[in-house]
Design a binder for this molecule. Sequence first.
Ligand code: S3P
Length: 414
Amino acid sequence: MITVPGDKSISHRSVMIGALSDGVTEVTGFLKAADPLSTISCFQSLGIEHRFEQDRLFIYGKGLLGLRASASVLDAGNSGTTIRLISGILAGQPFRTRISGDQYLIKRPMKRIIDPLMKMGAKISSTEKFTAPLTIDPVGKLTAIDYVLPIASAQVKSAVLFAGLFADGTTRVIEHEPSRDHTERMLGLTPVKENGNSVISIEGGRQIAARPFAVPGDPSSAAFFIVAALIVPGSVITVTNVGLNPTRIGFLTVLRQMGASISIENERIIGGEPIGDLVVKHSDLRTNFTLTGAIIPNVIDEIPILSIAAAFAEGSFEVRGAKDLRNKETDRIQAVCTNLRALGLTVEEFPDGFAFESKKDLLSSEFDSFDDHRIAMAFGIASLALPGESTIVNAECVSISFPTFWETVQSIQG
Ligand code: S3P
């Protein structure tokens, strides 16, 4: 029986919403990993106090207008969610803020949030390539807009919704393809269906009353141990307290399509999010399909570990329509292809995905994490099912989302 740490997406949002709330927000199960801690440190620089007490985090909110100018450049570290979501909040502040991040974050695209925020009247400057550092200047009230998301991205959606709190009127975000909906749930926004799209509206100036948040175990972290149990013969694992938000568990559908034995027990709703315990048994997996279309945003963070499940299955596996994987902590298409080849597979790489035919007798090897937590964890799990010893280069990058990952791996072995 294992538990996985708190959900990264929900942890970030609990700090952001807590900071803008009137009163004290109590968060249980907060993910104490590098990325959400970057969000905390940014808000600390903006004058928001917090306190940890064992498993609980308290955020002392100052209301919509309570942030103050930071004396230094905000550091979002490696965290795309931090810099993109907080930019929506900073765009509406009466002071200038500069924000940057580590050597990887400053290469990631920011135009996707700069464009809609500038449409709302924000003043944001970036490098010529639309990357960080970003400088966000005060403009008074923002203007409410209707924004049709050009890419399925919860980060872009959330940046616009946060900016909407500082706009005159009602901001509406329209999404064709569903992306994770934690911001909507945590702010109590109910999407409406219009012509097959989902429309989320937020009123400018809407005060937020502090409320407690219970952070479930991160399904994206659970996915690694689910696949471990599926591919290591003789395994049975229960992962408890896993978030089962439908916008996050497309990977369960994909694994079941491969013939995985996964059952859900003790399903319950806590803090507005469905959670449950997952019982997973080793299964003979078969794959003969292309992962593409509307499910891609739902499984975007799980594609590395799904490709490991497919590598140990029988058949062929193709991912298409996932170009945005190249914009993650590293170029995940290139990283997955490189490491799958190290396993002995022949892999075809496309601009928007990759394809391979699985084969028996995969090889242990040296896998490069490319300093990307999900690549390190995916190939760490593959190593469990390989003969002999494998090495993960720069394995400590798991600290971004799952600091105890390697200890948890040890605890399930034998
Ligand atoms: C996240 C959204 C996704 C995901 C990231 C976390 C979020 O990014 O890949 O790990 O918390 O909103 P995109 O919105 O860019 O798809």
